[in-house]
Design a protein around this ligand. Sequence first.
Ligand code: GMT
Length: 369
Amino acid sequence: MKPLHIGIACYPTLGGSGVVATELAAALAERGHHLNMFTYAPPHRAAHGVRLHLVDVAPYPLFKYPPYDLALASQIVDIVENGTPLDVLHVHYAVPHAISAFLAKQMLPGAPFVTVTTLHGTDISIVGSDPAYATVTRFGINQSDGVTAVSDSLKRDTVEKLGIAKPIAVIPNFVDCDFFKPIAKPARKEFRIAHASNFREVKRPLDVIKIFHRVSASIPARLSLIGDGPELPAALELARELKLTDKIDMIGAVSVPNLELADADAFLMPSSSESFGLSALESLACGVPVVATNIGGIPEVVTDGICGFLHSLGDVEAMANSLMMLHRDPRLRERLGVNARKRALEQFSENRIVTQYEQFYASVLAARN
Ligand code: GMT
């Protein structure tokens, strides 16, 4: 395909949409496209070959809430007017990026680029459907030239919650399977469970502790907590009350947790809402079975009984039992791990999904001409 000039706007988060956007930018640059990335801080994962534009939100005493969306739109316009061409402006996470993209396009004569919005999850399920933002989010999505969602489940939610009639293409998230890969684990007597998240309420960190409590009461086990976030102190408090502290390894925030995930015997994701579950996919790529809730987009990533086990939200007993079964039966664990790696390679490899994005850009550009 002819090299395109692509702008990508995202939040520079440690996981989720920030990671997907950054890795997509780097992969597209590697394929010969010209990449410009717009964000408020440097991204956590490497973005080789990508020109980074840090959005400068000027403070002013009147601003209780500095208008990031305006600063982003303004910066995109300035960059185009100063000679950087853009064929596609691809924004990740609808709020407020879809509106900034719309504004930038309106401000430029002749609408030089097409806009693509990728919906990631909480931009629909929590923020975008909140009455404070629903109207403007609906408008931003409807004004995008192309819209993608990271799972069928998120596509359905978007139609249901925001009444979007515009076609939404499902392009799932991806993983670099050369980087996230199985490692030889040292012989050890403890069964190691990993949980990685931003420790927000939707990740149910208290369930993580409750599940681990049940598991460690029956078998020798350790828990790795990867990441950081607002509910981490409450989770650690519960761990203290249950006398689990010395069985928990606090890993903290890690930019690329490939070794930490690969070192686990199982990955635990008891979320109450998850449009996709990127760290579950990264674990599958590492050949690590996943025990999770059967909600949102998780079943599209983790096939129940094949590369992990899925249970109802809050069923800490069932999730603990699945983890203990994986401990008891190393052959089952190995079989699920092999299936997990195979699923990541066959369905969610970087190569496969980046090609889908290229094809999507081509179709949106063709529809404009
Ligand atoms: O989990 C979050 O709240 C962060 C959010 C994000 O934008 O980073 O995650 C969402 O997008 C990820 C990447 O597409 C998905 O893997 C997560 O499942 C999704 N989170 C939720 O739906 C809660």
